[in-house]
Design a protein around this ligand. Structure first.
Ligand code: ATP
Ligand code: MG
Length: 589
């Protein structure tokens, strides 16, 4: 697969269209886009695709991209969401050319609606939503005209004014475009443009009780701002004729913007709709919108996903016109690749058991000697240098790195076996103390003073290298391990997505032992715990409290495995096809 981010000239349906427009002189070579979130939730990685696309093409073609809050819906909008959207956008690395609100255009939209009515292109309908919906008919079958469709422009204008002035109750009347109830495109069957809702709006307060629908607000907002290329997701493809129809019948200050659709981003093991994400929060499945298991930008950020990796992933998957589901392992591999280059290596023992080195020297006062061994901070980056890690006679190692009674092919520590302590010495286990249940409580071992730094002068080899932390110097910490929030690859594919939740998507280890250098890890940064994975330092933990870490991603590149599997499958299929072909030829002979 080629990496789109490395292409000098990127080609996709949006960029091709912009190039064609520029060549033809449409919009005078101007490129203006917008990212139009409804402020009713937090941004998720799906939104990041829209953001990277809108801001990306504007930047590539020397244009601008604005942020427009699509706040036409008075309910459920909140300053909390607005602030978060600003914040998430900045974190992703984009700065809007301007910030606008669809609600700023309520006056203009209203006047344009009056003009439609005057042209005989809109009418007031007294029917309720259910009746209107039933009359729309079905795909391939014409709908039915409303009995109010024939009202005169004068009557409609009067009623429309009364609607605005509060003469009718919520839902008593709507304004509809008068297009064609038999139109092959359902969205063109006299869509609703305005409805009455006595809900105060967070920006316009009680000024309006009449609110425009998405269909009436969106294209016109684009036109008012001077958007040239209105990029949206595929579900709006059927609305494009309506988008164009609305603009065609208005006296616009400049050229009509044009809508182009692209496929939404979907990820395996992930739900992306705000409604479902809200359910996860409301039902207490997760700790909030920024829970590290959430696909929200806040969640991913807390989890330790770098903005650069998210952008690189989105560039890589590119723009297409067919909906598909991208494997989450691909996103994870971008995250891993980034941290492999940048993350400092540290040692942390998550499930500790003590090793006592019985031949470790003591000083004059009888206390164990403390040495410092040199460890490489990042083998991928010489500039990251080395650090001194304290080493002494008592160490913590992972419980899983010792077996009293080892299974076959177990190469780590076991009585009589020698292993390497990363950057330290070779040690050989001698015996272990167990409690009444047979659980190992302490391991005894000897070390070889000649193997400092992890090499034996006689060249003898060991089969395993394990990580460790000096018990006298360890700091305590809490580490959260995460599984996928949804065990199913396609949550909800047969029923309620909530039935597909992973039963234990978080495991908390609160007795982790960390090497002292981790005390200085900056909140929000990601380090590699050697042999374990990448871990983000929690940014919300108090400075003087023991540190908390979130596992960002493991070390193994599962995407490589998936690719291998896919390649093997393709090879198998090709072989089978070749066989079938040979058989046919033989039969034909
Ligand atoms: P949801 O269905 O999650 O509520 P939405 O489309 O209603 O999402 P908006 O706030 O209206 O959310 O979205 C702002 C912009 O982001 C829209 O242009 C929308 O098309 C785009 N967008 C939302 N989800 C995705 C996605 N999964 N992939 C690509 N673009 C998306
Ligand atoms: Mg929406």
């Amino acid at each position: 697969m080629s990496d789109a981010s490395e292409d000098p000239v990127r080609e996709d349906l949006i960029r091709d269209k912009i190039r064609a427009d520029n060549e033809a002189g449409t919009f005078d070579g101007r490129v203006q886009t917008r990212f139009p979130p409804e402020p009713n939730g937090y941004l998720h990685i799906g939104h990041a695709k829209s953001i990277c696309t809108n801001f990306g093409v504007a930047e590539e073609f020397g244009g601008t991209c604005n942020l427009r809050f699509d706040d036409t819906n008075p309910a459920a909008e909140d300053h909390e969401f607005i602030d978060a959207i600003h914040d998430d956008l900045a974190w992703l690395g984009f700065e809007p050319g301007g910030v606008f609100h669809a609600s700023d255009y309520f006056g203009q939209l209203y006047e344009w609606a009056e003009s439609l009515i005057e042209q005989g292109l809109a009418y007031v309908d007294d029917q309720d939503a259910e009746t209107i919906s039933a009359q729309r008919g079905r795909f391939g079958e014409p709908g039915e005209d409303s009995p109010f469709r024939g009202r005169s422009p004068e009557e409609n204008l009067g009623l429309f004014h009364q609607m605005r002035d509060g003469a009718f109750g919520d839902g008593d009347k709507v304004l509809r475009a008068k297009i064609d109830m038999a139109h092959p495109v359902m969205a063109m069957r006299d869509p609703v443009l305005y409805r009455i809702r006595r809900v105060p709006h967070q920006r316009t307060g009680d000024e309006w009780i009449l609110y425009p629908t998405y269909d009436w607000a969106h294209g016109q907002s684009d036109a008012i701002e001077g958007v040239t290329h209105s990029l949206c997701t595929l579900e709006f493809e059927d609305h494009r004729p309506l988008y164009d129809w609305c603009l065609e019948h208005l006296d616009l200050p400049r050229e009509k913007p044009e809508q182009t659709e692209f496929a939404r981003l979907n990820l395996t093991h992930t739900v992306m709709s705000k409604r479902l994400l809200k359910r996860l929060v409301d039902d207490g499945v997760v700790d909030g919108w920024d829970d590290p298991r959430m696909p929200t930008l806040r969640g991913l950020r807390k989890r330790g996903y770098p903005a650069e990796a998210i952008r690189a992933f989105i560039d890589h998957i590119g723009i297409a016109k067919t909906n598909s589901v991208v494997e989450i392992e691909l996103l994870e591999s971008f995250v891993r690749r980034h941290h492999n280059e940048h993350a400092l290596r540290r040692m942390a023992v998550l499930d500790p058991v003590k090793v006592v080195i019985t031949n470790w020297p003591t000083d004059d006062s009888g206390a164990p000697v403390v040495e410092h061994v040199e460890a490489v901070n990042n083998p991928e980056d010489d500039a990251a240098g080395t650090r001194q890690v304290p080493f002494s006679g008592e160490l913590w190692i992972e419980r899983a790195d010792f077996e009293l009674d080892p299974p076959p092919k177990y190469y780590r520590l076991t009585p009589g076996r020698e292993v390497r302590l990363r950057a330290g010495y070779f040690i050989t286990a001698t015996d272990a103390v167990t409690d009444a249940d047979g659980t190992v409580t302490e391991i005894h071992a000897t070390y070889d003073p000649e193997t400092r730094g992890g090499q034996a002068p006689d060249g003898r080899k060991v089969k395993a290298t394990i990580h460790w932390v000096s018990a006298a110097h360890a700091i305590d910490g809490t580490v959260h391990l995460y599984e996928r929030l949804f065990a199913a690859e396609h949550p909800g594919s047969d029923g309620d997505p909530m039935d597909d939740l992973h039963p234990a998507s978080r495991e908390t280890l609160s007795a982790a032992k960390l090497e002292p250098a981790l005390a200085d890890a900056e909140p929000g940064t990601v380090v590699q715990f050697e042999r374990l994975g990448y871990f983000a330092v929690d940014a919300d933990t108090a400075v003087d409290a023991p540190p908390v870490f979130h596992r960002t991603v493991g070390l193994r590149d599962e995407w490589a495995n998936i690719q291998k599997r896919q390649q093997n499958q393709a090879k198998q299929q090709a072989k089978q096809r070749a066989k079938q072909h040979d058989r046919k030829q033989e039969q034909n002979r």
